[in-house]
Design a protein around this ligand. Structure first.
Ligand code: AMP
Ligand code: FE
Ligand code: FE
Ligand code: ZN
Length: 288
């Protein structure tokens, strides 16, 4: 039976369940531990960890940082980060500030295209998380500028679209350093999104990330094929990376992957948590 899920979102970012709800749901599903890994924020950790104590479920403090990576998507998970680390809090504030400025620039761009949207309207949409493109898309549908959400992305908001503004992201080194300074472990999330199909090219990239301090790789993810899992597992072994797994749970939306599920042939056992703890001890003692 699956015992742990190391990739879980809450309403603090773009999940549909509050941190307390996610923890209770994990308990119902019989899990022993989850990691709360919201995008670019640790605001859900306090509530999640508190509920975990009540429910007798281990809640690992985490975060998922978006990293600048041309032609692909790179997300780095931080596990066992100290949520009171001021360096971490400052860096997350930088992201929030950059996001706020980006939203204003997107409002300006849309205005230039004849689409009038106020910041206050973006705050009234049912979308979860920090204000971003989904909030714009919803507002554009509501005001009749586009047919639906997809239309908004296709015609205006998608990467390269006329209203698109690049998001500020940390570099690979920055993300790993921020996580390490907060006493956490840096783990590459859903490696398939790096979009590097050539195995040699991909392997070289993992080698570089290991040099930069990467501690682990999310080998088990519902989007990975059997072949990919095998390939990532071998690479993790070669580079001495902890092979982690998570469902990237965002709530029980239509067709969504359920908490603690989607690893296929692999049932994720608790010993990965022990491996992470041992790795963290070693890192804090300067041994790794
Ligand atoms: P942002 O962080 O503001 O760049 O918004 C990113 C979010 O927008 C993603 O998590 C998706 O939910 C949504 N999104 C991005 N690209 C598309 C797309 N082409 N079609 C539909 N939704 C998208
Ligand atoms: Fe997400
Ligand atoms: Fe991600
Ligand atoms: Zn995620």
């Amino acid at each position: 039976m699956t015992e742990v899920d190391l990739h879980v979102h809450t309403t603090a970012s773009d999940g549909t369940m509050s941190p307390a709800e996610v923890v209770r749901y994990a308990k119902e599903k019989g899990l022993r531990a989850i990691a709360i890994t919201d995008h670019d924020t640790i605001e859900g950790l306090h509530e999640g960890i508190g509920e975990g104590k009540k429910q007798g479920l281990e809640v690992i403090p985490g975060v998922e940082l978006s990293v600048d990576f041309p032609k692909g998507t790179m997300h780095v998970l931080g596990y066992y980060i100290d949520p009171t680390c001021t360096g971490l809090l400052d860096e997350l504030m930088v992201l929030q500030q950059a996001r706020a400025e980006r939203n204003l620039r997107m409002i300006e761009k849309l205005r230039g295209l004849g689409i009038e949207i106020e910041l206050s309207e973006l705050k009234e949409t049912p979308e979860h998380g920090q204000i971003g493109r989904p909030h714009f898309a919803h507002t554009m549908v509501k005001k009749g500028y586009v047919q639906n959400i997809q239309d908004a992305f296709d015609r205006y908001l998608g990467k390269g679209g006329p209203a698109y503004v690049e998001k500020f992201r940390f570099s690979q080194e920055e993300a790993i350093t921020i996580i390490h300074q907060a006493q956490g472990l840096a783990v590459l999330a859903h490696p398939f999104t790096l979009n590097r199909p050539d195995p040699a090219d991909f392997g070289a990239l993992i080698g570089e990330l290991k040099e930069k301090g990467l501690d682990g790789m999310e080998v088990y993810n519902p989007e990975h094929s059997k072949g990919q899992k095998k390939f990532y597992r071998t690479l993790a072994q070669q580079h001495g990376l902890v092979a982690t797994g998570g469902s990237d749970f965002h709530g029980l939306t239509k067709d969504a992957v359920d908490l603690g599920e989607g690893y296929g042939d692999t049932n994720y056992a608790y010993n990965v948590v022990e491996e992470l703890k041992a790795r963290r001890e070693a890192r804090l003692r300067g041994l790794s």
